[in-house]
Design a protein around this ligand. Structure first.
Ligand SMILES: [Zn+2]
Length: 165
């Protein structure tokens, strides 16, 4: 009998894990996500197998907004930093010394987008909380690089032809 472990996407390390789907007791809006399958509950410790990835690209469509610029996140993810990804092309970016050359990475997993810090000097935050382990990105969050560079996570909107607005 395989056991699936579920954890809170908002604070995977701080919140209780569960063996059945549901919502986090600390974050009632956070739906627990399946993270690993153990083949037999009583089997000797084995390498946890990953839950099969539903899709290699994200189905969640999100943009990052930096000041007045909208930066679409490709379904395959992207790097974020002073010298990589879409931020590198923005005017004035080179002066933002809080941002590392490669600061963070956004990547898809199981249809969702996650962010992880890329060993940046000044760290990455989601809604003011330090990103120590990968965190799921959701519309409405503020992704912060260092102390003062704020990227607003927004839902991408599409026209009737499926093209980004
Ligand atoms: Zn939680």
């Amino acid at each position: 009998m395989a056991t699936v472990t579920y954890e809170c996407p908002d604070d995977p390390d701080g919140c209780l894990r569960a063996t059945s789907p549901g919502f986090c007791t600390r974050h009632p809006a956070a739906e627990l996500e399946a993270v690993r399958v153990t083949a037999f509950a009583d089997a000797p410790a084995a390498e946890p197998a990953s839950v099969p990835i539903e899709a290699s690209v994200a189905t969640a469509q999100l943009n990052l907004r930096f000041r007045d610029r909208v930066l679409p996140i490709p379904p395959s993810g992207m790097d974020i930093g002073r010298e990589c990804g879409p931020l590198a092309d923005l005017p004035g970016m080179a002066e933002l010394t809080q941002v590392s050359r490669q600061h963070a990475k956004v990547y898809p997993l199981n249809g969702h987008l996650y962010v992880k810090d890329a060993d940046s000097l000044n760290h990455t935050y989601v809604d003011g909380r330090l990103v120590e382990t990968p965190r799921r990105l959701r519309a409405g969050q503020v992704l912060r690089l260092g102390l003062d560079v704020e990227l607003h996570v927004e839902a991408a909107e599409f026209d009737e032809f499926g093209l980004p607005l």
